[in-house]
Structures are given as C-alpha cells and as structure tokens.
Ligand binder design. Structure first.
Ligand SMILES: *[C@@H]1O[C@H](CO)[C@@H](O)[C@H](O)[C@H]1NC(C)=O
Ligand SMILES: *[C@@H]1O[C@H](CO)[C@@H](O)[C@H](O)[C@H]1NC(C)=O
Ligand SMILES: *[C@@H]1O[C@H](CO)[C@@H](O)[C@H](O)[C@H]1NC(C)=O
Ligand SMILES: *[C@@H]1O[C@H](CO)[C@@H](O)[C@H](O)[C@H]1NC(C)=O
Length: 159
C-alpha cells in the first residue's frame, strides 16, 4: 500500500476509502499513487481528526468534505493544507468562526462554503490573500458587512 493509501485507510470517514486510487471519482491519484483529489464523508465530531489526517497527503490539491450529524466548526488545522486549490464544504452545518488559519490557504482557486451557518464579516474569508481565486460560493449563509471586490475575474455567488 502506498503511503497516501495508508493515510486514507486511517481517516475517520463514514464512507470507506479503502479502495484508494481505485475508488472511482472520490479519490484521484497520480500515476505514482499520490492522492491529488479527495471527497470525504465524515461525522461532525470527527471533522478535526479528518483534517489532521488529510494534512498528511502532500500532493492533495482538491478537497470536498461532506459533514453530517450536527453543527461544528472548521478546525484550525485547515491552515496546514497550504497546497489546496479547491475546497468545498457545502451544506455541512458549519458555524462561525472561520479560523484565523484560513489565511494560510493562499493557493485556493475555488472555495465553496454554500449552505452553512456562517455569521461573521466577509473579511474572515481573507479573499485579498487568495490571489488565485476564480470561484467563490458562500450563498445561503449569514455573512455580514460589505464586500468590496476589486477582482472582476471572480465568479461570486453570495445570495
Ligand atoms: C469517529 O471516528 C472513529 C474512528 O474512525 C469512529 O470509531 C467513531 O465512530 C467516529 N465518530 C462518529 C460520531 O462517527
Ligand atoms: C444539520 O443539522 C440539522 C439539525 O440541526 C439536521 O437535521 C441535518 O440533518 C443536518 N445536516 C447535515 C448535512 O448533517
Ligand atoms: C478547481 O477549481 C477550478 C476553478 O473553479 C476549476 O477550473 C477546476 O476544474 C477545479 N479542479 C478540481 C479538481 O475540482
Ligand atoms: C457549491 O456546492 C453546492 C453543494 O454541492 C453546489 O450545489 C453548488 O453548485 C456549488 N457551487 C459552485 C459555484 O460550484
């Protein structure tokens, strides 16, 4: 088993990832067995442990997490996923606060936090610190304040 597949097998998910690179669209690997894209289902109490585990996948650039079973917050450890380009945590019952460490996700191209319970200033998203962003979906939340976007290239869904 490759190092990355051993990591996947250890993640506290509710849908098994034991198939690793043969899992279908849920797991995408390089020819060398490095995981580059992952869709993980997790119970709310285990979200933090999941992110800690995912941080041990050095080639991961795309992460979708589906959280079930109650409200929770994004853990601080999300900030260690500095290679992430695509992050989707939509319809996950997530609440504020967005951790300060979110500022470390400087390579994000797309961010989807739609349908959660965030209620804080837009500035928590640190959009200015994410120059590669081309797509943001934060619809169906309760973000507050004004968002002045000087970035016409961004496809923005906020309503
Ligand atoms: C959290 O993960 C552990 C280890 O995989 C598992 O035993 C436990 O049932 C999970 N908790 C929930 C609420 O699913
Ligand atoms: C969100 O939480 C509500 C209860 O507060 C629950 O009914 C619903 O199933 C949860 N949604 C998810 C995706 O876990
Ligand atoms: C990542 O996001 C970009 C911008 O939205 C998109 O073009 C690309 O297809 C996404 N990649 C994956 C693996 O989802
Ligand atoms: C964000 O994720 C939700 C749930 O998966 C999806 O319905 C929505 O289309 C996504 N937004 C974008 C801009 O892709």
């Amino acid at each position: 088993m490759s190092a990355d597949c051993a990591v996947l097998a250890s993640l506290p998910v509710t849908t098994s990832l034991a198939g690793c690179c043969n899992q279908g669209a849920q797991v995408v690997c390089t020819n060398g067995g490095r995981v580059t894209s992952l869709l993980a289902d997790v119970a709310a109490p285990n979200l933090s442990a999941l992110i800690d585990g995912v941080a041990r996948l050095p080639a991961l650039t795309s992460l979708t997490v589906r959280v079930t079973g109650g409200r929770t917050v994004i853990p601080q450890s999300i900030g260690s996923l500095t290679n992430l380009q695509n992050l989707t945590m939509a319809n996950c019952n997530l609440t504020s606060p967005i951790p300060i460490s979110f500022g470390s996700l400087t390579n994000l191209k797309s961010l989807n936090l739609s349908r959660n319970f965030f209620s804080e200033p837009f500035s928590s998203l640190d959009i200015d610190g994410k120059p590669s962003l081309v797509s943001i979906d934060i619809s169906y939340n309760d973000f507050i304040g004004f968002l002045s976007l000087n970035r016409p290239r961004i496809a923005f869904t906020a309503m």
